[in-house]
Write a protein of this length. Structure first.
Length: 220
């Protein structure tokens, strides 16, 4: 049998089995020591009834921070004059009184969110004046009705009237053109009798330029 050698404060007395048992005992003791140290450094398990452990704790202000905050509040209160005036806000509206942003310690809410301008109800009753009495048999009433009414027969009659007027204007224009052409032919025949056939080609260019408006100056 082999001699037992010390292993972490333990000795093996009977071969490999004793050595394995001592090795396991040493590992178990180290694990217990590590678990004990880690449990002492951490907090205990939170209780189910206590909600403070589940929430992250806020960092408390230090002494110099508290003094600085108090000094700042004193400076603001001494240097800034707060004038208290009645705010023209209805007290019946709970939304305006509850929400808002306070700029200073004793100030009223100055900025209000989610406030809509609701339409104000009418305070005075509208005065409706009676209109004029309408006579349905009068010409004025009939004229007003015709001005706004649309009737197919009236539209066709108006179209026929406008068509007849336009045709009459066109016929008068054609008659005037024919009469002018006839007068021009008579004038040319008269010139033929006075000057002869040879005079016409020589005067054709001037007659075109002048628009055939020359009368007495060329006859002399």
């Amino acid at each position: 049998m082999a001699e037992g050698e010390p292993t972490n404060g333990y000795c093996s007395s009977s071969g490999e089995e004793d050595g394995d048992a001592a090795w396991r005992a040493a590992i178990h003791s180290i694990a217990q020591t590590t678990t004990y140290v880690s449990s002492t450094t951490k907090h205990g398990p939170p209780n189910d009834d206590d909600d403070d452990y589940s929430k992250p704790k806020t960092q408390q202000l230090k002494h110099y921070q508290l003094k600085a905050q108090k000094l700042l509040n004193d400076i603001l209160e001494n240097t800034i004059e707060i004038v208290r005036k009645p705010v023209p806000v209805e007290d019946d509206d709970p939304k305006i009184n509850e929400c808002g942003i306070r700029l200073f310690k004793y100030a009223k809410p100055g900025i209000v969110f989610d406030h809509l301008d609701e339409p104000q109800p009418l305070r005075k009753r509208p005065r409706i004046l009676p209109g004029e009495d309408i006579d349905e048999k009068s010409k004025k009433f009939r004229k007003r009705i015709r001005s706004v009414a649309v009737n197919g027969i009236d539209i066709l009659a108006a179209a026929n009237d406008s068509c007849k007027k336009s045709l009459a204007r066109l016929e008068a224009k054609d008659a005037a053109a024919k009469a002018k052409a006839k007068r021009e032919e008579e004038r040319v025949e008269n010139l033929k009798k006075i000057r002869g056939e040879r005079w016409l080609p020589s005067m054709a260019k001037e007659m075109q330029l002048l628009g055939m408006r020359t009368k007495a100056p060329f006859l002399g």
